[in-house]
Design a protein around this ligand. Sequence first.
Ligand code: S3P
Length: 430
Amino acid sequence: MTVDLKLKGPLRGDIEVPPDKSISHRAALFGSIAEGQSIIDNYLMARDPLATLKALRSLGVNIGVEGKRVTIEGVGLQGLKEPEDVINCENSGTTMRLLSGLLAAQPFFSVLTGDHSLRKRPMDRVIIPLRMMGASLYARRGDSLPPVAIKGGALKGISYICPQASAQVKTAIILAGLYAQGETTVVEPYRSRDHTEKMLQAMGADLRVEGTAVRVRSVKKLDPIEMIVPGDFSSAAFFVVAALVVPGSDVMIRSVGVNPTRTGLLDILVRMGGEVDLMNIREAGGEPVADIHVKYRGPLRATEITPEEVPKCIDEFPILTVAATQAEGVTSVRGAQELRVKESDRIATMVAELRKMGVEVEEYSDGLSIKGPARLRGGALKTYNDHRVAMALAIASLLTDEGVRLEETSSVEVSFPGFFDLLNSLCLKN
Ligand code: S3P
């Protein structure tokens, strides 16, 4: 669907954003192998987490959905059933990689596939360690691209040093580790998001975190969970940046998850001179939650984003580049090669579209640099079927005089149904 955006700021209002995608996937997956009923309130009813629910149903799990409340009848660690058909993970890398870990430990055969974009994303990063644990996994192109065929079985613990900081790979190995004989250790170069560790510990898993290492041992059972999923910081990020770059903006975003392994963007924006207040900080479902107040205060300053910071803002890169176009000086991001294997090659896609808008951008194999402040030029832009690219460009449109035509926007349904209506409502309150 093509969308013409001719919106003007400032943005003003008091909003909520959709529930957290990462936490929704995990609550459904882990609840399915717990013993007893799990209740997940405020589950993200968007394409990616719905693909996870469908996959779990095909593995024999009874799941009820009433509004945004999901009730899962956990089948226990040994209760999953062989699926009758190929499991379609659609656009969701999290579904495919996390399920690979779980299915590697099941005594049956399963096949995972996905849409055009997911079938281009690397799965060798989970296949290699899961094979080391004793499972059989095969895939296209030298066992790297989906579909992935899995014959699971008895596993042994391994100690694995991950080449990349990836919560998906880490979680796949931890899930297999729940079933393995002996201890499984996974070490990352930098710490990625830790929702898995927090949730599994709360469910009674034998799991310890030591620096960038996570150690797990098998247990007889996992306890069910009851939780309210907080708002997704990665969805809030679009409005946080919008309010900091569009003069006169003042936005309150309620009940957002502010786990420090996710909020690297806030540290970067504050360094750039942005003012962001976290208010009413509390805990929900073992995760820190806050209301985020953002007010335009003036122009931003450029900054350097280091490799160590990248995992904490990995999904915020497209919207961070929009902030960089409005900052005085050269903003650079290095050590971000992982961005090349997201829903699109997010370095190439943002470089191409920002150049079309008249921004001076230099591309590196592992990042980019952007010279600001730039006056953005509107016109027709491509979204590459990538939800976060589409939403970042929609925010960029607020900085143009002409407006922007986005050629394809249905990808937004993957994580943020209602995004365009919410953006409209914030601009209409002028
Ligand atoms: C996710 C981990 C990250 C992130 C993705 C969600 C997760 O991917 O980009 O959107 O829920 O574990 P990687 O593990 O590939 O870094």
